[in-house]
Design a protein around this ligand. Sequence first.
Ligand code: ADP
Ligand code: MG
Length: 630
Amino acid sequence: MNKFEQLGLNESLLLAIKDLGFENPSEVQEKAIPVLLEQNTDLVALAQTGTGKTAAFGFPLIQKIDAEDRSTQALILSPTRELCLQITNEIKQYSKYVKGLHTVAVYGGASITEQAREIKRGAQIIVATPGRMQDMINRGLVNIKNINFCILDEADEMLNMGFYEDIVSILSDTPDEKNTWLFSATMPAEVARIAKKFMHDPAEVTVGSKNSGSATVSHEYYLVNARDRYEALKRLADANPDIFSVVFCRTKRDTQAVAEKLIEDGYSAAALHGDLSQAQRDGVMKSFRGRQIQMLVATDVAARGIDVDNITHVVNYQLPDEIETYNHRSGRTGRAGKLGTSIVIVTKSEIRKISSIERIIQQKFQEKTIPSGIEICEIQLLHLANKIKDTEVDHEIDNYLPAINEVLEGLSKEELIKKMVSVEFNRFINYYKKNRDLSSQSSGSDRRERDGAPRENNNGGATRYFVNIGSRDDFDWMQLKDFLKETLELGRDDVFKVDVKEGFSFFNTDAEHTDKVMEVLNGYDLNGRRINVEISKNDGGGRRDHNGRNSGGGFGGRSSAPRREGSFAPRREGGFRSDRNSAPREGGFRSDRGSAPRRGEGREGGVSERAPRRSESFGDSPRPRRPRRD
Ligand code: ADP
Ligand code: MG
């Protein structure tokens, strides 16, 4: 008797489970399924993402539904449209051998009348997002007054997203006698409140310790200078040729910018954030699931509910504002028992956050150094050799062999191998030969020596700068101050009198930092735009007054500002790939930090075989995937 059978599941479910290829129940399934099958009870189940919660409620639910009765018997609420569709899809697969059982997805952004029509035809299970469900109830398009089961999936996320009111209102439209099953990764106060208000003496299932990270995820951090963040990301990608990852940024703007840069540099990447239309987001997710995208750059909000198997790496390009969010991010990898790595690219000013995170996830981080150019070359070389070895030969090629042999005649096997490998390899070696190591080694004291003056002891007065970034780049004065502090690696009070205008800004530092400011900031690539900084005649009224505004006489640099206005690259909206044909961008990389062309992209002009990157990077080497996803 297999393990699923021991849990009490019936034949039609066992058949479906066999088709899905599940061999053993996961822990939450093992604990929740028998309880739910044997008792009519409420339940609170806490388990990390990726532990198989959908089946933990889906299997017993399907078994308890009366498929001969066409009325709506169960409502599953889930936070996002993505998840809603995913759960619907899973439930349909689990119930494929149950005759007459229908599941309908109800979510915003699609025709409400069509969804209502589907329900009318008879849907025992409705999977819904709270907003759309509320809408349907208000319009009298659905009747949940007689349901027997209500499932709150990812309850913490739903409440995070502000659905408390909707949930309360929806639940009050359901009968008291129903059973409520609540599934959540964490148990914040709001979830406890819902449980208390709507559940009667619920059974409890907890997998792992509350809030702690998944054991299948290892955590690493890389300490870099703020200005090397992007370069570090690229190297990490180069050092992991098979990377399949979600890269988290803090803002939509950064998300878009990082994705665009990756695309420009020849990586298969795309952005996912709230400024994209639903159709664009669906397109991105489809490509990501289909593995045409290796690096999905996303905001936390947009990534909620991303539920894709086999993600190898989660990259925290920037740490989240709320440390708790780290757990949600890293939970995107290490799913279904697979191993995953969560990487943090961190600067010195944020390094203490690492220990706070360690406390929350109850796991230690490993400190790593960004691989050197040589290491990356080695990795790429071996990867290439393996790829050659594993490539299946299509015998169509036989037709061309005589001509090819003629060209290559006279080369020994050794020479041939060297040359073949070099075709792919040269651009990495050429690129990395020129590029320095990235790890941030300079401690505070080195910095003092390098500057040649003690930092705090300033008597050289202040320098006021004009810089060509402003509110149109989504900076307010605090954000600009943070950006400058981080980029320049300055202390808390070293940047002051920050005054942000639309297309430009002013700020002060102590005079001792002037050289550094000019050196680091000039030409700095801010999301594809080159920063230009000039010393403004006006010192902005001298020393700091800490209100972040310029209280002293006016803006000395103003007269020089308008001429810069024209030089801004147009903002690009959303999308991926297809927009590569749009207006050429200003700026790009600083010349001394050119980017490694990938896969025959030949930034340096030498490589002529512009192979289509997409098929190059993925299409020809299908990853192992579970058959049911196809
Ligand atoms: P959660 O809701 O806890 O985040 P899911 O229910 O989405 O997790 O499951 C994560 C992945 O694991 C899905 O692809 C699912 O099909 C798969 N899965 C679930 N249960 C099992 C199992 N017993 N054996 C193998 N894979 C499973
Ligand atoms: Mg889930």
